[in-house]
Design a binder for this molecule. Structure first.
Ligand code: GLU
Length: 588
């Protein structure tokens, strides 16, 4: 969360920082700010709200830093917006300084005063107090006192062509190209601006001096690094009309086709062999990616007869998991920077497990940490609520499951070939938009919604409920259909919406029974299925295109994504910028 940028450029520094911030705006939109230094002074412009609020005459200088904030400490306000300033220094920070309370108490006792409520301001105060004329070592000394996650970029008026950056756990990437040197928290910030990128590892510093980018260790010694070509598809390109989320749902078929192309060129032997012979298999992920991981876990255990434990990353890492040598961890994250997922992976690696990662960003931390990184090629996902990345994660994970079956039994599962038809089936599902629209219009004033399903459909139901909560701000929950009568049915009263997904023939009647039980108590019932003969019992039936049943999660989620998006728009909200959220959850 939060986006940070630093740039040195002979000309147009302010505009370059501003443009990079615009590409990062989905990382946080509570406030934004920029600082440049020239002629022995700092110029700072910062404001509550969107990056667009920073427009105005460019600030002067050839070195600049910028920030889009997702507040962790202190409400969104002009004062709490970054950059924060102390003496000759300005700083932007991504992350949480966990010992900020103790540091602040120490600084207050020493006579410092604070202009903001943020944890970040203590860092710039520490730098200013440590400064004895050596910019780099002041930043290094201050950072040595921090605990928690941080990526910082710092300016100093004594060094008007320099930026010093440090990192621990939060991402930090250097970029070079087009007459400028950059640092940023996220590769999409540099799309179209830099030709080469190089991520910093924990404990490394990036020191920009004029056009030169140096990687250094805390003692100042140089660190050898290799830049790679920036291969990411263009960054945050907004569609000419409509929201990014609508555009990204429409891009699902293309994303699937590209991802399939990538998967077909990948050597699955190491991953499939590790899975085939694993002692234990775990998945870790958060939010939408966790639903994809759960669908994978169910498929792998059913088809390859390998038991899988699916855990949300934040629980896995603190649960002292039974993972070690010979075990496999499958980690899923769109951005590859999800803090909880990365920590779970670090834990698994430290205990000797083999890590397979599925991510949409090739140069991400997760891809670099994994023993075997698998790509989704969904393209840049700008909307905060994940859609096309989810479908692509499912595709990559199902492909991995099929490969594991092959390496176990020398025979692909019967549905494997149909992965090639997934993109077309999803294009067919997109044509059901009118059903989603009608349903959203019917339910736009609902105070709560319930989604149900059995088997893998329960993960699709969970994803549908999450989408509605995220962007339409309606209380929405999911439960396995069979669980309804064990408590949740008590919520059902006249008109209460219960939405079922039923794509497994063997469980169709069971889910229909659950819907009938809800309807008997007044529920308004909706059924999504590829089986038209199931239509009878529900108030509304929405047909789905058919794929072999194990692959149905790829298509059955699409009308739920469309429904949530229409609900959001009808209720007057912006689907691309849900309140309180941001893309790429880099804080715990
Ligand atoms: N902890 C800092 C703040 O609240 C930075 C948060 C972020 O990473 O966006 O301002």
């Amino acid at each position: 969360m939060c986006g940070i940028v630093g740039c040195f450029a002979e000309t147009g520094c302010y505009e370059r920082v501003l443009a990079a911030l615009e590409r990062l705006e989905n990382r946080g939109y509570d406030s934004a700010g920029i600082a440049l230094t020239a002629d022995g002074r700092l110029s700072v412009r910062k404001k509550k709200g969107a990056v667009a609020n920073l427009c105005g005459a460019p600030l002067a200088g050839r070195a600049g830093i910028g920030h889009t904030r997702w507040a962790t400490h202190g409400k969104p306000s002009d004062e709490n917006a970054h950059p924060h300033v102390a003496g000759k220094f300005a700083l932007v920070h991504n992350g949480i300084v966990e010992n900020h309370a103790a540091l602040k108490a120490e600084l207050l006792a020493a006579g410092e005063t604070f202009a903001s409520e943020t944890d970040s301001e203590v860092i710039v105060k520490l730098i200013a107090r440590a400064y004895k004329g050596d910019f780099f070592s002041a930043v290094a000394q201050a950072c040595a006192r921090l605990t928690g996650a941080y990526a910082v970029a710092v300016l100093c008026t004594d060094f008007p062509e320099e930026i010093v950056c440090a990192k621990n756990k939060s991402p930090l990437i250097a970029g070079a190209g087009c007459g400028a040197a950059y640092v940023c928290s996220d590769v999409p910030a540099l799309c179209g601006a830099a030709a080469y990128v190089c991520p910093a590892e924990d404990g490394e510093f990036i020191h920009i001096r004029g056009g030169e980018i140096c990687f250094r260790r805390a003692d100042g010694s140089p660190a050898e690094k290799v830049f790679t070509r920036l291969t990411e598809a263009a960054g945050a390109v907004r569609p000419p009309r409509g929201s990014c989320m609508e555009a990204e749902i429409a891009q699902i078929p293309q994303g699937l086709a590209r991802t399939l192309g990538w998967l077909r060129g990948c050597d699955f032997a190491p991953a499939a062999r590790a899975l085939r012979s694993a002692g234990r298999v775990f998945t870790v992920a958060c939010g939408t990616a966790h639903h994809a991981a759960q669908a994978f876990g169910a498929l792998l255990s059913r088809e390859a007869r390998i038991p899988v434990l699916c855990e949300t990353a934040s629980e896995f890492r603190y649960g002292d998991p039974l993972i070690g040598q010979g075990d496999v961890l499958v980690a899923v994250s769109q951005s590859g920077e999800t803090a909880d997922t990365l920590e779970a992976v670090r834990l698994a690696k430290a205990r000797g497990a083999f890590v397979i990662a599925v991510t949409n960003v090739e140069q991400s931390t997760l891809a670099r940490l994994a023993d075997l990184p698998l790509r989704t090629v969904a393209g840049a996902e700008v909307a905060v609520a994940a859609t096309k990345s989810y479908n692509c994660q499912l595709l990559a994970l199902f492909y991995l499951a099929a490969q594991t079956v092959f390496y176990k039994r020398a025979c692909f599962p019967s549905w494997f070939a149909a992965l090639g038809a997934a993109a077309d089936a999803c294009a067919g599902a997109l044509e059901g938009a009118a059903d989603a629209e009608t349903l959203a219009a019917r339910l736009q004033t609902a105070r709560a919604l319930y989604f149900i399903g059995r088997g893998t459909d329960r993960f699709t139901a969970a994803e549908g409920a999450l989408k509605v909560r995220e962007i339409a701000y309606v209380f929405a929950e999911s439960c396995p259909a069979g669980e309804l009568k064990h408590g949740t049915l008590a919520l059902v009263e006249e008109g209460f919406p219960v939405i079922a997904v039923a794509t497994g023939r063997a469980l169709l009647q069971k889910t229909a029974n659950s819907l009938a039980e809800a309807k008997a108590r007044g529920a308004f019932t909706v059924l999504f299925s590829q089986y038209a003969d199931a239509a009878g019992g529900a108030d509304v039936f929405c047909p789905l295109p058919a794929l072999p049943e194990p692959l149905m999660p790829l298509v059955s989620v699409i009308p739920l994504q469309q429904f949530a998006c229409r609900m959001c728009l009808l209720r007057g909200f912006d689907p691309d910028r849900p309140r309180n959220l941001a893309k790429s959850v880099t804080v715990e």
